[in-house]
Structures are given as C-alpha cells and as structure tokens.
Ligand binder design. Structure first.
Ligand SMILES: Cc1cc2nc3c(=O)[nH]c(=O)nc-3n(C[C@H](O)[C@H](O)[C@H](O)COP(=O)(O)OP(=O)(O)OC[C@H]3O[C@@H](n4cnc5c(N)ncnc54)[C@H](O)[C@@H]3O)c2cc1C
Length: 428
C-alpha cells in the first residue's frame, strides 16, 4: 500500500508563480519560490532511453534505491517514442544488452512490445518511475550535484540523490548543473540531421523483398519524381504485416531550439505522408500502403557531448583504443549522415579512413566539472567523429549499465564516481 502523499498540485505551493514583466526590455523576472522536495533516492537517473533504462536496472540490481525521471510516457527513448526498430552493435555485448536482445526477440524489434518489456523489467527491479516529467534545473553545493528540479503537471519539484546519471541524450542535466560541453562539428556546431521514423503496413512480402535494397528503392522513388530528403531510404520488416521506414533528413536543426525542432517535426511528418501517398498511387505492390504511426519524437542524432574525465576521440577509434577500464568495446563504424542536403546520405568512414573496434573507458562517463554525476549514452564525453560511432544503442546500453553500477557503488560507499576504480565497480 503506497502511503497517501499530498501532491504539490493539491498543496498549491509550487503552482503559484509571481514576478515582474518588463515588456519594454522583453524579459520576465520570476520571483523565488519554495519547491517541494518530492523524493530522495540513492541513484537518480534522468532520461529513460536505452542508456537510462540500463543505468536504472544496473543500479537497482546492485542494491540501490533508484528513481528514473522521463519526459515521455514510456521507456525506451529513440527505441520506442522514436520508433527506431533496430539495435546496432548489440550482438557482441553481454549483460543487460544480451538480456534485452533475447526479450526483444533479436536486434530488429517491435517498439510497442519493447515498451512493455522495459516497464516489466524496471518495475520488477524496483525502479521508481516518473513519466511526463522534464528535468529543468540542477543545483550544486560547491562542485557536488545535490538537487534536480523538474516540471510536470505536478508543478515544479525538487529531487535529491546521492548520485546522479544523465541519460537525457542531450546532456540536459549536466548542462544545467554547469558542466562544459561540445555540440556538433567544429566551431560551426553543425549536427547530424534529424530523421522521423514511421511504421507502415499494406506492403506485400514480395514488394518488401524487392525494395529493401536502398539503392533500388531510391531509384524507384526518383522514377516517380519523389525526391526523399534522405538519399538512402530504408525499409525494414518488423513482424507480421508491420514494416518501418526511414526516408527523411532534417538538416541543420539544433536540438536546443524547440521552435526549430517543432518545424522540423511538422516537415518530416508531412514528407513521410506525401511519400506514402505517392507510392500508393504508383501501385507496383504499394497499392495498400498505409502509415500505421509516425514517431511522437523526431529522432535526434546529436546533442551535447558533456566534458568527462576522458574524451573518446578520432585517434582512439582509428587506432582501436584498448583500456583496462573499458566499459564496452564498440565495433560499429564511423556513421556520419550528410550534414547538408548536397552531401552523400551518410559515410561509414572519416576522410576515407575506417575505424577499428575500440574501448570506451569508464572516465568518459564521469563528469569533469561537477562531482556526483555520471553520463551514459550519446551524451558521454567524446568528439564529433567518435560520437558518430559509439552513439548507437548497442553501446548506450552497456554504458548505462556501467554508469548505474558505478552510481550504486558510489551511493553505498559514500564516495564519488571518480574515486571508484573500474575493478571495484565490476566486482559490485
Ligand atoms: C533517426 C535515428 C536513427 C538511428 N538509427 C539507429 C539504429 O538503427 N540502431 C541503433 O542502435 N541506433 C540508432 N540510432 C542512434 C540511437 O538511437 C541513439 O544514439 C540512442 O538512442 C542513444 O540512446 P540514449 O539513451 O543516450 O538517448 P535517447 O534514446 O535519445 O534517450 C533519451 C531519453 O531521455 C529523455 N529526456 C530527454 N531530455 C529529458 C529531460 N530534460 N528530462 C527528462 N527526460 C528527458 C527522452 O525523452 C528519452 O527518453 C539512431 C538515431 C536516430 C535519431
């Protein structure tokens, strides 16, 4: 029986906002207000994508009391809200990644089934879930992160923990806590394009067999005067009559400009629907083609790369870095999607050079500028080229698991993540 707790909404404390509008200067100055501390946990994981679910599971299974705060109404991030449908670089991994491949039924999975699998796993492990809640602030005492602030229908809330893990993909928590970070390529900060995924039905198995070859699919589209913004349109069979498609690129959109992301979302969804309509009209096995669902969240390939105590870099991945404190070994190549429409769809090499399998060292998950904070997933510490490789979900999961285990040990022993050795984290 969960004890009754008066919600901040009922208490009316956190919803009351006051301040002064200076319309002439174009700003609003908000008054300070008291915020309810809604909970304390040993480990607080922010973001419940592939990295976040593994961090929460890793920490809970190591005996920690864990809370996970997630903006969407499901777990899985790009896997589910983003309708991804394919896990890359997971088959060479052990631990939670291996377990999930079994539960998902392989590296191609049904996103709806994945939502259920993940909720079952995390609730069974005792993780306290909070959906529909956005991390909006972080407060340190000295160098030590102590409090996370969130906004939701429950109002503005504060949460404390002994150790925090940033799995927001975009490094929201770390940036709010004051960590340094990098975004995109060189000084221009240009990021890889965004893509909206969609599920389709009404495709015959024969049509799928013919058009799963991307070049052939593109040539067919061009023959119909369809010019998809992603020049390597990808059809994938999920299960039964359900397929997925990736066929659009939104170039030069910043993950930190909500207006630009909104516009990109509207454009991408329109493009998918227009392409499906044009294919349906063309026949050739596409007569009954229908969109089952477009992703609720446009897929964001790149956000912040938070400064850690090690930065995985181009040289590491070209030379095949080996480390004793390896969280996982990445076998996936450089994967840079064209940064402009004129560029090739994507490249599996940088300047013609191909990466070798390489290790992600534990210190790349430990924040450099703030104590008591780990990162996992695509927002760990690394450069533009290395990120293009380690970002895939088969690596986000082991990174999350490692960060979760480290956070649990830090909380249990009253130490900070950077004071732990990889050996003792592995030993639990
Ligand atoms: C279009 C596209 C195609 C891709 N294709 C593949 C592929 O085929 N296979 C593959 O393995 N990888 C693929 N990737 C890469 C992969 O999906 C990501 O790099 C991976 O999801 C990273 O995992 P993550 O947990 O770090 O981040 P995410 O999956 O982005 O999860 C972050 C989570 O944090 C939540 N969140 C964000 N901000 C906040 C906040 N402020 N407060 C609370 N919660 C927050 C989000 O809602 C989300 O659930 C693709 C990516 C994209 C965009």
């Amino acid at each position: 029986m969960i004890p009754f707790q008066k919600s901040p909404l009922e208490s009316g404390v956190t919803l009351r906002t006051s301040g002064t509008l200076n319309a002439q200067e174009g700003f609003f100055s908000e008054n300070a207000r008291e915020i309810q501390v809604s909970g304390h946990s040993d480990v607080l994981v922010c973001g419940g994508g592939p990295a976040g679910i593994a961090a929460a599971l890793g920490a809970a299974r190591a005996g920690a009391n864990v809370r996970l705060i997630e903006l969407a109404g499901c777990l899985g991030g790009v896997w589910t809200a983003g309708l991804l449908t394919c896990i890359l670089d997971g088959e060479n991994k052990s631990g939670i990644m291996q377990e999930l491949l079994e539960d998902f039924g392989g590296h191609v999975y049904d996103p709806e089934q994945a939502k259920q699998v993940l909720e079952d796993k995390l609730t069974t492990a005792g993780v306290e879930l909070r959906y529909h809640t956005m991390v909006t602030g972080a407060v340190c005492e000295g160098r030590r992160l102590k409090t996370v602030l969130t906004e939701s229908k429950s109002g503005r809330e504060a949460w404390t923990a002994d150790c925090f893990v940033d799995c927001t993909g975009d490094g929201d928590l770390a940036a709010q806590a004051g960590c340094g970070f990098e975004v995109g390529k060189d000084e221009s900060c240009t990021c890889q394009p965004m893509s909206m995924m969609a599920l389709l039905t009404g495709l015959s198995p024969e049509t799928y067999q013919e058009f799963k070859d991307r070049k052939h699919f593109l040539a067919f589209m061009k023959g119909l005067d369809i010019e998809p913004s992603y020049r390597s349109p990808t059809l994938r069979h999920i299960r039964g009559p359900i397929y997925s498609i990736m066929t659009n690129h939104e170039y030069g959109v910043s993950a930190f400009d909500a207006t630009a992301v909104t516009e990109a979302t509207v454009r991408a969804r329109r493009e998918i629907n227009e392409i499906v309509q044009a294919l349906r009209k063309a026949g050739h096995g596409f007569e009954d083609l229908m969109v089952v669902a477009t992703a609720e969240q446009i897929g964001i390939r790149e956000g912040r790369r938070i400064h850690g105590r090690y930065a995985v870099n181009r040289e590491d991945i070209m030379t095949g870095l080996r480390r004793d404190d390896a969280v996982c070994r990445v076998a996936y190549p450089v994967d840079i999607h064209g940064l402009k429409k004129e560029d090739p769809a994507y490249s599996l090499a940088d300047g013609g050079e191909r990466s070798k399998a390489y290790d992600i060292p534990y210190p790349a998950l430990v924040a450099a500028d703030v104590d008591g904070l780990l990162m996992a997933g695509r927002n760990i510490s690394g450069d533009f080229v290395a990120h293009s490789s380690y970002r895939v979900t088969g690596n986000s999961v082991p990174m999350g698991e490692a960060a979760g285990k480290a956070a649990a040990l830090a909380a249990k022993t009253g130490r900070l993540p950077h004071e732990l050795s990889w050996g003792e984290i592995m030993a639990g």
